[in-house]
Each structure stands twice: as C-alpha cells, then as structure tokens.
Design a protein around this ligand. Structure first.
Ligand code: C6P
Length: 409
C-alpha cells in the first residue's frame, strides 16, 4: 500500500477538523482533495506567468502559452493519447461528452440510427445522447447490467445487432465501482461499425489508462477527481476524427479566417477551444498529473483496491448492510445501504463523526431503478485514505445503526 504518512501532509485540508473530529474524507468519486503542489502551481501561475494564451507577442504571454501547452502534453502522456493534438481541454467529462454528441453526433447520426449506452452510465453519458437522439429521431438503446453489477455482455451483443453509430460506456462505474472490460467492449463495438466513447471520469484518477490499448475513439476525463482543479478536464480523441468534426463552440481562437458571412477553422485541438480557456485549471491539472505519476498509477490502484477490499469485508460483517457492485474487478468505490436507514440520514450522522461520504442516486437514476433502490450511501477512496479511515467509517456506521435501532430491512 502507499505510504499515507508521507502523502497526507501534502494535502492541507486533511489537517483540518470537521465537526471537531479528524476529517475522514471518503467522497473521492465526487471530487478529490488537492495537494499543495497543485495549489502552488496555480498560485505560481498567477504570481509569475499570467497572460492570455495563444494571442500575445510578448514574453509573458509566451510563458502562459507554454504552461498551458505543457499541461496538454502531460495529459497526452498520462493516458497515452494518439497525439497531443488529440487532447482538447474542456471543463471535464460532462463537457467532453457533450462535445462529442454535439459535434460528431450531430454530423453523423441520422433518423433511424441507434446510439448505445449502458444502464450503469452516469447521467453525463446518457443525457447528451438522449438530446441528440431526440433531435435526430434516432433510438437510444440502454444495455442491461447483470445481477452482480457488470455490463451484460449478452445484451451488449444484442444491442450491437442494430449496427449503432455510437457506443458509449463508462470504464469505471461511479455507483458500483465496476471496472468494465473497456478494450473488449470497444473491439466488439468497432466490429459492429460504431465509434466508441469511453467515460473516463472514474478511471483516469484510479487506473493506469492507455487509450491506444483500449482502442476507443473518444475518451473523456475530469481533472477535479484526480487531484486537479474544478473545471479542468479533457476530451482525448483520435486526431483524424477531430479533424473531420465540425466545431462545437464558435468564437475567438477556434478560427483561421473570418469573413462577413462565414469562417474557416483553426487546426485541432484549437478548433474546439473557442474563447479564453481556463489556463489555471490546465496548469493545475498538469501539476496533479506530475504528482500521480510520481506515485505510480499501478500503486494508486493497488492501494485503493486494498482499501475497498477491507471496507467491504468489514461493512459486510454488520448485520443489515448490503454492498452493491461486483466482488472483483472493482475500483475503490463502496456503495452500500444499511437496513431501512435512508442513505441521506446515514451520511448526515456520519458527518457528525467527521466522516464524509456521499448519499443519493449519484447521477445514475436508471441504475438505481435496476438496483431497486432510490439511493445508496457510497464511500470512495483515494491515495491519502488509510485503514484508520476505514475504522472511522465502520465505527460511525455501527453507531448510526445503534442510534436508529435498525436491523436488516
Ligand atoms: N460523478 C460522483 O459523485 P464531471 O461532473 O463532468 O466532472 O463528471 C461527471 C461524471 C461523469 N461520469 C462519471 C462516471 C462520473 O462519476 C461523473 C461524476 C460524481 O459520482 C458527481 S455526480
């Protein structure tokens, strides 16, 4: 496991108390905490290099542009992108998927076509496709999940019989923790003639990602879940696809020439980056990637998997606790319910002990319907969590059980 005694001091917020207790932050799937290296990178940028990018002819503007473009190179390296030109900065996974739906989708999906998603997708990888399908008169086909929380491969195969234009799925589920066989799904989808869109919101922070090995077409990620700033993220795509796609947002910087009635476009990735970008977010994300690379992504995932294993083991010993998701091939996400205690009540009670977990539908309402619950509680781990955090979680859950006098529903 990672040496959390060395990691934790890098995260100033973890030294803080919450409700007079040691802060036990277990909502990392929602957003991660930030190390000083990221916070300092942002401060340093504003203190020493701030200027608009790709515009200025003076040294400061060149420095700002270099810092911004260095972050692009870092993302490309981190996920083994096809080319750095295939990395488009966005505000995160949601915007990245909307970009694909709004540009590639609008240009290529027609009435009668099919778009495939899965029942474990986050709303960010469902709603943009619903909007597209409604606009085009296309069909949105949702692939079912198995009882143990995996994509049902038989149903996936049936969905591909419609020769869909797009197949979208999450690499890692935020509500189940399932790590999906993304390379296999992509291969099957390609054989059916589809382009593939991988929601990487929960994989980029926690696994070694190699988009070329996955051989997907589009890969979306959010910086704020991987130690980076809020509002940072990227769409990573095969350059040839980006070249052929129409722009998504019109404005400054994404053009080559503007006439009175029409324009021509800048080269990729700038064609998709109209307007002044969030340079501080890119710089912060570059610093976050450097931090994760120093730890090593294989060690990061081993650490979280071990924490999840221990948490599942210990929570399962509490009578009335139900854990959701598969037993293996899972990331550091532990969704559970406890008898008839509402997950929101559970989260509120745990907060009194300084334990932050998320409760709700986790933006996966179709999945919750299939699980037959309105909501779950969810503990999710990251590099600074340790066995003491699991002790605190389990103790607080037991305490909640005593308080509510609950046993199995
Ligand atoms: N899931 C969670 O608590 P944004 O908001 O664009 O950074 O990420 C959206 C998103 C897309 N896909 C998956 C699999 C996700 O988990 C998320 C964000 C958070 O689970 C907030 S709902």
């Amino acid at each position: 496991m990672l040496d959390t005694r060395r990691i934790r001091p890098d995260f100033p917020i973890l030294a803080q108390q919450e409700n007079g207790q040691r802060l036990v932050y277990l909502d990392n799937a929602a957003t991660s905490q930030k190390p000083l290296r990221v916070i300092d990178a942002i401060t340093h940028f504003y203190s020493h290099h701030n200027a608009n990018v790709h515009r200025g002819a003076y040294a400061l503007a060149v420095e700002a542009t270099e810092a911004y473009e260095a972050a692009r190179t870092a993302i490309a390296r981190f996920v083994n992108a096809w080319a750095r030109e295939g990395v488009v900065f966005t505000r995160g996974t949601t915007e990245s998927i909307n970009l694909v739906a709004g540009s590639w989708g609008r240009a290529n999906v027609k009435g009668g076509d099919t778009v495939v998603v899965t029942a474990m997708d986050h709303h960010s990888n469902i709603v943009p496709w619903q909007i597209l399908c409604q606009e085009k008169g296309a069909t949105l086909r949702m692939v079912e999940i198995t009882k143990d929380g995996r994509i049902d491969l038989a149903d996936f195969g049936r969905a591909l019989e419609a020769k869909p234009k797009i197949v979208a799925f999450p690499y890692v589920s935020n509500s189940l923790g399932t790590v999906n066989p993304a390379a296999q799904l992509s291969k099957l989808a390609h054989a059916a003639g589809a382009v593939t869109v991988v929601d990487g919101a929960q994989s980029s922070p926690h696994l070694r990602v190699d988009v070329q090995a996955l051989d997907c077409d589009f890969y979306a990620l959010s910086g704020h879940k991987m130690l980076g700033p809020m509002g940072s993220g990227a769409l990573v795509a095969k350059p040839a696809l980006l070249e052929a796609m129409p722009p998504y947002h019109g404005g400054g910087e994404m053009i080559e020439r503007v006439w009175d009635d029409r324009s021509s476009w800048n080269k990729i990735p700038h064609k998709f980056e109209g307007g002044t970008p969030n340079v501080e977010a890119a710089v912060g994300l570059g610093a976050a990637i450097a931090y994760l690379e120093q730890l090593g992504m294989d060690k990061v995932s081993e650490h979280e998997q071990e924490l999840a294993r221990v948490a599942i083991d210990r929570l399962s010993q509490i009578e009335g606790v139900t854990i959701y998701g598969p037993r293996d091939h899972r990331a550091g996400v532990v969704p559970f319910t406890y008898g008839d205690i509402h997950p929101h009540d559970l989260a509120t009670i745990l907060d009194k002990d300084g334990v932050c977990i998320r409760a709700g539908h986790h933006c996966t309402q179709p999945l919750m319907r299939r699980l037959g619950v309105a909501a779950t509680a969810r503990a999710s781990f990251y590099i600074y969590n340790d066995l003491d955090d699991i002790d605190a979680l389990v103790t607080a859950v037991r305490k909640a059980g005593e308080l509510f006098g609950v046993l199995a529903s």
